[in-house]
Design a protein around this ligand. Sequence first.
Ligand code: ATP
Length: 312
Amino acid sequence: MDGPHAVRARGITRSFGEVVALDGIDLEIPPGRIHGLAGPNGAGKTTLLGLLLGLAVADDGTLEILGRPVGRGLGAPDGVAGFVDGPGLYPSLTARQNLAALAALHGRDARTPAIADALDQVGLTDVADDRTRGFSLGMRQRLGLAAALLSEPRLLVLDEPANGLDPAGARHVHGVLTRLAAAGTTVVLSSHRMDDLEALCSEVTILATGRVVFSGPLGELADESRELDYRLRTSDPEAARRVTADTVGITIVRTADGGHDPSVLVVRALVPALDDLVTRLVKAGVALRELAPVVSPLEAAFLALTQQGDER
Ligand SMILES: Nc1ncnc2c1ncn2[C@@H]1O[C@H](COP(=O)(O)OP(=O)(O)OP(=O)(O)O)[C@@H](O)[C@H]1O
């Protein structure tokens, strides 16, 4: 691993009156990763990201960012950029003017080509000279990201950056974040979209009521000791149903995918029983066309660890 952790938190606590938003957070984020933060509404994600950005200080615990202890003062630590609750923009200025003004506000002299490049990276070249007053949420998010890019951060902190993005906008943002991480920048972002987190992040932290309930590589969430529901599509649904019913350790949850697709069975099983089923199907001459978890390992872990119900 190169250099110090981008983030190292020990016992971080932060309360708002009676509400304990963060309750003893321990967290280590190595450099150069895209680290996702997930959790139900009110879990403490924005509060934690705000601490990383220096928008608030913890009541208790220690926080090191890019190898340096964070003191009691407010303000983004050196090398850190990003935003929570949407970027602050000047509505009467154009996108290009906003970037120049925000750079100047932070004591930087952003050159015209750098601004043009940042706008291009987030896909806003065509609206560079439009006032931001009329910008949609997705355009504002992308402009906020462009502003952060101008400071060439070593730690980029983004609260729900996918909010309001159309598919083209999402592709731009994913591309930017992936390139940044490949060049060594650490990205910490929150999202309610498990598919986004899976597409982007190498590791995630799941928060629930102010506590860390999981933190680590996504791969560690593919827990083979937990039963999952799988969609099973075959060449012969009736034969597949008979073979499945004869296989130990498998439960048929739904036939015909709840009426959506007659060629699909939904089965609940542990991985070894699933392996057995596949072997039996092949022996019975039934071709397997699809076998995939109904919800991804991240979503399954999220639901289980945050106790968000079990309506499968
Ligand atoms: N400025 C504040 N004043 C009072 N309570 C606050 C404040 N900021 C956050 N809280 C409370 O702290 C808890 C954590 O809030 P936070 O916004 O960090 O959660 P979140 O995980 O980002 O939620 P969401 O997914 O809804 O954005 C909540 O109970 C929230 O009501």
